[in-house]
Design a protein around this ligand. Structure first.
Ligand SMILES: [Zn+2]
Ligand SMILES: [Zn+2]
Length: 358
C-alpha cells in the first residue's frame, strides 16, 4: 500500500502503521481548509507511527506544526492515539462526539483497581472459567495496572455535534453519528462534488463503521462506573436498557447506506465505491449471524459458552487471551440484541445466567 494517496480535491490519506496488528495501518486523512489543514484521526501512539504521520504530512506539502484541527471518528487508540502529540506539536484543537469523549474521560479517571474489579465481575457474570480469571486475580493481588484498557488518551477540546456542518473554512463536512462500534463513533460526509465526477453524493470518511472487507467489532459499551454502582445481578445487567450496540450499529449502517456517497474513504484497508451495496452485504451478514446464534441457543448457554460455540476467524482454542475477552463482549452484544427482539431470554434461576432461544 502506498504511504500517501492524493484523493484530489484537497483530500489525502496517509497510511500510519499499527504495531503488531493484522490490520496493518490506520488511514489518517488530511483535509485542506482555508484556515489550515485538518486531520481526520491520527494513528497509534508509537514512535514509528509518529514518524510515518509526520513524513506523510510532508509528502502532502504540509507539516505537523501547520495543522489547524483534528477530527476523531472514535476513541480507539489506532484513531485517537497520536492526537495528544499532534496537539502539542501544532496547537490544533481536537474534536470528538460527546459519547466517546465521555469514554475518554472515564478511562483517564478510572482507578486501575476498579477497572480490574469491573472486568472480573463482568467475566464472572458471563460464565468465564477460572483459568481465564486467574491472571486478573493475580494482577489485582499484586496491584498491577497492565489491565487498563489504554493509557491516558487526550481529552478533546471540541464536541462533534451530529447533523451539523463542522466549522471548517471553505469546506462542507457534516457529522453523522454512527454508534455501534463505539457509542460516539461518527462518519464525516464531505458534501462536495467528487473530483473525478463519480456519480453520487460526495465522499464519506467512514472511520471503522464501514470498511470494504471486514465487519467491525461490535461489543457491549463499557462503563465500569455504572456496573460497579448499579444492581450487580447478572441477569438484570444483561437486560438493562444501557444499550444495544448491535441494534445501534445496524441502524447506523442503514442511515449511511441511504446517503448514496460516491466514494467511501475508510480508516483501514482502502477507498471504495458502492457504499449502498456494501451496507446491504453487511446487514445480511449480521442477520445471518443473529439467526446462527439463535440456533446455538436451542441449548442453554452462558455468554461465555455462546462465545466458545460461535464462529470466529480461527478455532476458539487458538484465540489469544485478550481476544477471547473481546469475543465474549461481542457474544454479549448479540445476546442483548436477541433478547431485545424477543428471540432469546435468560433461564430463570441460572447462575451464571444462561440464555435460551424462545
Ligand atoms: Zn475502532
Ligand atoms: Zn480502527
Amino acid at each position: 500500500m502506498p504511504h500517501v494517496i492524493d484523493h484530489r480535491g484537497g483530500v489525502w490519506s496517509i497510511a500510519v502503521p499499527i504495531p503488531d496488528n493484522p490490520l496493518g495501518h490506520t488511514l489518517v486523512h488530511l483535509l485542506a481548509t482555508d484556515r489550515g489543514p485538518v486531520l481526520i484521526d491520527t494513528g497509534w501512539d508509537d514512535p514509528d507511527s509518529w514518524d510515518s504521520l509526520t513524513a506523510g504530512l510532508e509528502a502532502c506539502g504540509t507539516a505537523v506544526t501547520d495543522l489547524h484541527g483534528v477530527l476523531v471518528t472514535h476513541h480507539h487508540p489506532d484513531h485517537h492515539g497520536l492526537s495528544a502529540r499532534v496537539r502539542e506539536a501544532s496547537g490544533a484543537w481536537i474534536a470528538m462526539h460527546a459519547a466517546d469523549a465521555a469514554v475518554v474521560r472515564r478511562t483517564r479517571e478510572a482507578e486501575p483497581g476498579s477497572w480490574l474489579s469491573y472486568l472480573i465481575d463482568k467475566l464472572t457474570a458471563a460464565g468465564a472459567p477460572e483459568d481465564h480469571l486467574a491472571p486478573l486475580y493475580a494482577a489485582r493481588a499484586e496491584g498491577r495496572t497492565s489491565a487498563l484498557p489504554e493509557n491516558r488518551p487526550a481529552l478533546p477540546d471540541r464536541e462533534i455535534v451530529p447533523g451539523e456542518l463542522l466549522d471548517l473554512a471553505g469546506r462542507r463536512l457534516r457529522a453523522i453519528w454512527t454508534p455501534g462500534h463505539t457509542p460516539g463513533h461518527v462518519c464525516l460526509h464531505l458534501e462536495e462534488a467528487h473530483p473525478a465526477a463519480h456519480p453520487g453524493n460526495g465522499r464519506l470518511f467512514s472511520g471503522d463503521h464501514l470498511l470494504p472487507g471486514i465487519s467491525p467489532h461490535v461489543g457491549l459499551y463499557e462503563d465500569p462506573d455504572e456496573t460497579l454502582h448499579a444492581d450487580p445481578s447478572p441477569s438484570s445487567r444483561l437486560r438493562s436498557s444501557r444499550g444495544d450496540p448491535i441494534g445501534d450499529y445496524l441502524d447506523s449502517l442503514e442511515r449511511i447506506g441511504r446517503l448514496g456517497a460516491a466514494e467511501v474513504l475508510p480508516a483501514h484497508q482502502h477507498a471504495f465505491t458502492g457504499a449502498a451495496e456494501r451496507v446491504t452485504e453487511l446487514l445480511a451478514h449480521h442477520e445471518e449471524r443473529l439467526s446462527g446464534l439463535r440456533a446455538l441457543l436451542r441449548t442453554e448457554r452462558t455468554p461465555w459458552q455462546l462465545a466458545e460455540a460461535m464462529e470466529w476467524n480461527r478455532p476458539w482454542e487458538r484465540i489469544p487471551y485478550g481476544s477471547r475477552t473481546i469475543a465474549l463482549s461481542e457474544a454479549e452484544a448479540h445476546l442483548r440484541r436477541l433478547v431485545k427482539r424477543g428471540l432469546a431470554e435468560p433461564v430463570p434461576g441460572s447462575d451464571p445466567v444462561a440464555y435460551v432461544a424462545v
